[in-house]
Design a protein around this ligand. Structure first.
Ligand SMILES: C[S@@+](CC[C@H](N)C(=O)[O-])C[C@H]1O[C@@H](n2cnc3c(N)ncnc32)[C@H](O)[C@@H]1O
Length: 252
């Protein structure tokens, strides 16, 4: 068994490689058009507005926004994903700039009208201040009046649906997950074990912050965002006991 935790989990290319078919299923990719409809409506995005897709992965939102005529920049730290994103853009003759960079360093002052952070791409770093640094970069990259939309799993939702253990099957094999709330529910510690059909077994310890709606709202406000709105899903539902996700939108 390989223990893949000699570097921080989020900096391990091998983990992102294994996760590719698990995260980017055909169903999830197909659902992207609905997500973009919802983002456009929640953030009131105008036709001439420019989008930064932060942690863009294989570029599913970047591609969909570009298909709809928006100028898009996608940023991600995983070269494998960016190569796939660039190939897709080329195949469709879409002009998208894909940048290999870290969300802790990437920023372009006053350059975007909307920044996206979709599908739990925030809250990875051990040190809370690094999350704040990411928020500051986003704030700096937005033009006045620009909006940042963060789509993630809220602490309240996670506590409601919490499962200590679960397993799932994907194209290459099985994934076992064990979860534990640590540091007074400020972080989730996950053990991920991947058992592939070819016999290889890999294990990662994945710890990330989990924020309540109130905590994340305050973080947004602390870096300068105003009119911070909270939703329980991209469909704009309330963040109540039936929320499925945590969606936060702040305005510069
Ligand atoms: C859960 S995926 C989401 C991808 C995409 N937003 C989507 O909805 O399909 C998280 C993404 O964050 C990227 N990522 C992880 N750490 C990063 C970092 N420090 N800077 C930039 N991207 C990062 C990963 O490579 C991965 O593509």
């Amino acid at each position: 068994m390989t223990i893949g935790d000699s570097v921080a989990w989020y900096e391990d290319d091998k983990l992102w490689e294994i996760m590719e078919p698990i995260m980017f299923t055909e169903a999830r990719i197909a659902y992207t058009t609905d997500e973009v409809d919802s983002i456009k409506s929640l953030c009131k995005i105008q036709q001439d507005e420019t989008i930064l897709d932060l942690c863009c992965g294989i570029g599913r939102h970047s591609l969909e926004f570009a298909r709809r005529g928006h100028r898009v920049v996608g940023v991600d730290r995983t070269e494998l994903y960016l190569e796939r994103a660039r190939r897709s853009a080329e195949d469709e003759k879409l002009d998208i700039e894909f940048v290999l960079d870290d969300m802790r360093t990437f920023h372009r002052k006053n350059s975007f009208d909307v920044v996206l952070s979709m599908f739990t791409s925030f809250s990875y770093f051990e040190d809370h201040e690094e999350q704040i640094l990411v928020l500051r970069n986003i704030y700096s990259s937005l033009r006045a009046g620009g909006r940042f939309i963060l789509e993630s799993m809220g602490k309240e939702v996670l506590a409601r649906i919490f499962l200590r253990q679960s397993w799932s099957e994907w194209s290459h094999g099985f994934m076992l997950e064990e979860r534990e709330a640590i540091e007074n529910w400020s972080k989730m510690h996950n053990t991920w074990i991947f058992i592939e059909r070819n016999g290889s077994i890999n294990k990662w310890d994945v710890t990330h912050w989990i924020y309540s709606a109130t905590e994340i709202k305050k973080m947004f406000e602390d870096v300068g965002f105003s009119d911070v709105k909270i939703y329980g899903g991209l469909d704009g539902r309330e963040y109540d006991n039936e929320a499925t996700r945590l969606v936060v939108i702040g305005t510069k």
